[in-house]
Every structure is written in structure tokens, then in C-alpha cells.
Design a protein around this ligand. Structure first.
Ligand code: FAD
Length: 224
């Protein structure tokens, strides 16, 4: 059997290798499964690539190497983990550099990135059940997003809802339990206690997300 070498990594960092491997998988594996694209499908892909190319600054690689998205078994984590990281990175970049979307037709639209993600996930994500769940959450509340900062927080909140739903599920990697994120060790200021109940300080969460998924937290170790 294949010998898999564990790459040591820091959970507080974002690894270029994960984002690049995720984009590689998205384009060369997931999309390649669609023989011909036209009409609405093609537009969905075009819009996703437009926002990803304008605001991510990452490159296409020719192979897959998970670092912060390694699973303790090969069928765990990997691609779906990298997709989340890519999506969070896109919302944070759009909030940090709204001008990057100038001349794309998306300028001034606070939901541009989220809508591109939503349509990508619904149309192309290989996990159909995931796509349906995500579409349901989008239908319920994506309309309430009025600023790029709210888009960052919306995706964070929905990701925690997914974590909560999947806790204890077979797809959970025991080395990476599904818990409300960021945990207090990553961001103590994000957590507050109000009348004895745990709650979030969303101002601090926003600051944390902008730092965690911002370009200055990207590490090139293990990147091609
Ligand atoms: P992931 O949940 O993939 O998260 C990756 C990393 O993001 C974490 O390691 C952490 O560093 C960070 N993170 C965690 N929580 C947050 C947060 N709230 N905000 C920002 N960053 C965070 N699987 C199913 O079985 N059923 C589903 O319905 C389903 N729906 C999905 C929908 C989408 C859109 C996506 C992208 C994935 C979905 N998945 C679903 C897969 C599932 O969410 C996980 O990706 C998978 O179980 C691997 O989990 P993980 O431990 O790598 O952490």
C-alpha cells in the first residue's frame, strides 16, 4: 500500500498548497466530469472563475498536495476542506479589495462572491447532498447580506451550521472534530459569556477571519 507521509502544519495558518490543490481539483477533476458546458452552466463557471481569478492571487498547480487539509485517512478531508478555505478566502479578499471586482460587472455588489459560490456549489459540487443543503441555507438568508463584511460573516455562520450538523457523522475525521470555529485557542476574543451562556463577539470574529484568510496568513511551505 501507499506510504503517506504526514506533513506537519500549524492550524493557525493557511497553506497555499491547499488552495492551489483545491483549485486544481475543482477545474481538472470536478469540472472535467462535465463533457460540454453551455448556457446557464457555462455562465456559472465563468462567474466563479472571474471572482476567483480577480481576488485570489493563487495559481494552478499540476498535482494535489494537502497540508492543512490532510485527513488522518485518505477518504477524509482533502478537497471539501480546501473548498471551504477557498470560499472563505474569496469573501475575505472581496472585503479587503472591493476594487478588484471593477470592470467585471460585479462591482458594488456585496453578494457577488457568495452568489458565485452558491451557483458553483449547486451546479458542480460533486457532493449533491452538500449542494442541496447549501442551496437551502442560501435561499433562506443570503438576501440579508448587504456589505462585503456581512458576506464574510454569513459564510462563517453557515459553515458552523454545517459543522454542527455533521458532528459525530461518519465523515468526521477524529483528528479534526467538528466544533464551533474559531476555537478559543485560535481566537480567545471571539468568545464571550453572556449571562452564563457562550456567545460570539462578531466584531472580533470578523477581525479574526480577515486575518486568518487574509494574504498575510498564507504560508508557501510545501507549495509547488
Ligand atoms: P471543514 O469543515 O472542511 O473546514 C475546513 C477548515 O476550515 C477547518 O479545518 C477550519 O480550519 C476552517 N473552519 C472550520 N469552521 C469554519 C467556519 N465556521 N468559518 C471559517 N472557517 C472554518 N459534508 C457532508 O457530509 N454533508 C453536507 O451536507 C456537506 N455540505 C457541505 C457544503 C459545502 C459548501 C462544502 C464546501 C462542504 C460540505 N460538506 C458536507 C463537507 C464538510 O463540510 C467538510 O468539508 C468535510 O467533512 C471535511 O471536514 P474538515 O474537518 O476538513 O473541516
Amino acid at each position: 500500500s501507499e506510504i503517506v507521509v504526514w506533513r506537519e502544519f500549524d492550524r493557525s495558518k493557511l497553506y497555499t498548497a491547499d488552495l492551489e490543490s483545491g483549485l486544481h481539483y475543482l477545474l481538472r477533476v470536478e469540472l472535467a466530469a462535465h463533457k460540454a458546458l453551455a448556457g446557464a452552466e457555462l455562465n456559472t463557471l465563468k462567474d466563479f472563475v472571474t471572482v476567483a481569478a480577480k481576488i485570489s492571487g493563487i495559481f494552478l498547480t499540476s498535482h494535489i498536495k494537502w497540508v492543512g487539509c490532510q485527513g488522518s485517512r485518505p477518504e477524509l478531508r482533502g478537497y471539501t476542506c480546501s473548498l471551504w478555505k477557498l470560499f472563505h478566502t474569496l469573501t475575505v479578499e472581496a472585503a479587503a479589495h472591493p476594487e478588484a471586482l471593477d470592470d467585471t460587472g460585479f462591482e458594488g455588489d456585496p453578494q457577488a462572491v457568495l452568489q458565485a459560490i452558491r451557483r458553483y456549489v449547486h451546479t458542480f459540487f460533486g457532493c449533491k447532498e452538500c449542494g442541496e443543503h447549501f442551496e437551502e441555507m442560501a435561499r433562506e438568508s443570503m438576501d440579508s447580506v448587504k456589505t462585503p463584511d456581512q458576506a464574510v460573516l454569513w459564510l462563517w455562520k453557515k459553515h458552523n451550521q454545517v459543522n454542527n450538523r455533521l458532528a459525530g457523522h461518519l465523515s468526521e475525521d477524529p483528528k479534526f472534530p467538528k466544533v464551533p470555529w474559531p476555537t478559543p485557542d485560535l481566537c480567545p476574543a471571539c468568545h464571550e459569556e453572556i449571562k452564563g451562556l457562550d456567545s460570539w463577539n462578531e466584531g472580533q470574529v470578523l477581525l479574526f477571519l480577515k486575518g486568518h484568510y487574509g494574504s498575510s496568513n498564507l504560508v508557501d511551505t510545501y507549495s509547488a
